[in-house]
Design a protein around this ligand. Structure first.
Ligand SMILES: Nc1ncnc2c1ncn2[C@@H]1O[C@H](COP(=O)(O)OP(=O)(O)OP(=O)(O)O)[C@@H](O)[C@H]1O
Ligand SMILES: [Mg+2]
Length: 235
């Protein structure tokens, strides 16, 4: 079912990319073709979210590097962010302990959070702006239960109204125009993080900022690391 939708969508995106290359000197047509690519990517993303939601989650978890997952996720999204004029700041604590995790699922959480931040920033600032910033940070924290890795995603986008803050993680809750989002991004992310023994929290001030904090328990340091997708090479 996924392939039946995604193969033709990828075809559309690839053909549009060929046109985009040909329209290098024609900004009006460039823009139209870019829209085709963006909308196509959105359809592909919605299909993926629906499938992930329906799919049972596998049990296997391995020690993975959060740094690698972030780098891979950014490799996939960096050009999109810079095309939107979003200033990305990444502040990683060196030598983070690995996390016992299902790599693709954590990557999916990161991609969902990046996508939400991007959307909120584009809503607030349709064009580039000094304040159009997205800050990703990581740090190691300690609690009586042991060490955990904290990731923080901070955007200065539209923010979330206080009366809906408690609903945004509900399945199918979305403030996007109808057809634009499934409203599953955060609920899937919440499910995944809980399944990893972690926590996901959202702090926000409407019109000002949104900060999503993800805590994941650290694994023992000496185990073999799994490698993420998106950096090329290893697959
Ligand atoms: N960074 C953010 N800034 C402002 N609002 C946000 C942010 N992240 C999430 N939200 C709010 O939470 C709602 C639910 O988010 P969620 O990711 O679950 O679904 P969605 O983004 O609407 O749809 P989809 O993820 O399928 O594209 C959003 O519609 C938006 O109102
Ligand atoms: Mg989303």
């Amino acid at each position: 079912m996924a392939h039946e939708i995604n193969n033709p969508i990828n075809g559309i995106i690839n053909y549009a990319q060929i046109l985009a290359d040909q329209f290098a000197d024609d900004t009006v047509n460039q823009e139209i073709v870019r829209e085709i690519i963006d909308e196509g990517e959105r359809v592909a993303n919605i299909v993926k979210n629906l499938l992930d939601f329906a799919k049972a989650r596998p049990e296997f978890k391995n020690p993975v590097s959060i740094e690698d997952i972030l780098a891979a996720s950014l490799a996939l999204t960096k050009s999109q962010l810079s095309r939107d004029g979003i200033k990305l700041l990444v502040d990683m604590t060196p030598d983070l302990p690995p996390v016992l995790a299902h790599l693709q699922q954590i990557q999916q959480v990161v991609l969902n959070l990046i996508s939400n931040a991007r959307y909120a920033l584009n809503q607030k600032y349709p064009a580039a702006d000094q304040e159009k910033t997205f800050h990703i940070e990581s740090e190691v924290c300690s609690s009586p239960e042991g060490q955990f890795v904290r990731l923080s995603f901070f955007d200065r986008g539209v923010g979330i109204a206080p009366e809906i803050l408690s609903k945004v993680m509900d399945p199918f809750y979305s403030t996007k125009p109808s057809g634009a989002g499934t409203g599953l991004g955060l609920s899937i992310s919440h499910g995944i993080i809980k399944d990893h023994g972690g926590e996901i929290r959202i702090l926000s001030e409407q019109g000002k900022y949104t900060r999503v904090v993800v805590d994941l328990p650290a694994a023992a340091h000496d185990q073999q690391l799994d490698q993420p997708e998106g950096r090329g090479g290893s697959r």
